[in-house]
Design a protein around this ligand. Structure first.
Ligand SMILES: [Zn+2]
Ligand SMILES: [Zn+2]
Length: 239
């Protein structure tokens, strides 16, 4: 395996997920430059018990302001990085074909949440699906790539054949909160009738309002799934 990996690194040089420079042979093992690693901000332990957003140290409430306003359908969410410190990296991962970044992302995720994921007894990892034409145009679904790596490291089965995105919704950033919710109505469909999971983990790259994840959670709840958790690479501050 090591030989194959070395050859692959020669053919497709692995890049650092922060500065995007090609990693030297010795650096490849860590998947990132030591110096670049210091620039990343992880989400700490003082978080909203619903969405997983970082809370100010002065706040001692259980939930963030956003989660107090909206009743989410998911049970709880987890995010690895503070959005601002990793947004450039995610952009390249998403739009510039830097799929290899997923190796670092997944490794960092398991380091932070491995035990928690074990404890939750998750039956399946479900990436947020992309509309098929959009995925065809981009060549890949970044959430799926990240989810696949997570599945490899945790041993939790990846299921990317259960839910599909039926139509393309308007870009979320163009919409206000109410429009976002309407925009997502019935955008997702469960395409199997043998869903037997009790507990799932939905995977996406960035958590914003949670409306996409709520919509998917709803579909799974209708299919009998009891516990829906989510995990995203990055999350911002309270809006
Ligand atoms: Zn670097
Ligand atoms: Zn929250």
């Amino acid at each position: 395996m090591q030989v194959i990996e070395n050859v692959l690194n020669l053919l497709y040089p692995r890049r650092c997920p922060i500065c995007d420079e090609v990693l030297k042979y010795k650096e490849c093992k860590n998947l990132i430059h030591e110096e670049c690693k210091k620039k990343i901000k992880y989400i700490g332990s003082h978080v909203c018990m619903k969405c997983g957003k970082a809370m100010r140290t002065s706040e001692d409430a259980e939930y963030c302001d956003d989660c107090l306003k909206i009743r989410h359908r998911f049970k709880r969410g987890f995010s690895v990085f503070s959005y601002r410190s990793i947004s450039g990296s995610i952009y390249k991962f998403k739009y510039l074909g830097r799929r290899e970044y997923a190796d670092f992302y997944a490794k960092a995720t398991v380091k932070k949440f491995g035990k928690e994921l074990d404890r939750l007894r998750i039956d399946a990892i479900i990436p947020v699906p992309m509309y098929k034409e959009k995925q065809y145009a981009r060549g890949y679904n970044q959430a799926e790539i990240y989810a696949k790596k997570l599945s490899e490291l945790t041993g939790i089965p990846l299921r990317d054949d259960v839910i599909v995105r039926k139509r393309q919704t308007r870009p979320m950033k163009e919409l206000d909160l109410r429009e976002r919710r309407n925009n997502l109505k019935k955008a997702f469909n469960i395409v199997r009738n043998d869903v037997e999971f009790k507990c799932i983990l939905i995977i996406d790259d960035i958590y914003t309002t949670g409306s996409t994840i709520d919509e998917i959670a709803h579909e799974f709840q209708m299919a009998g799934v009891e516990n829906v958790y989510f995990l995203t690479l990055a999350i911002g501050q309270t809006t």
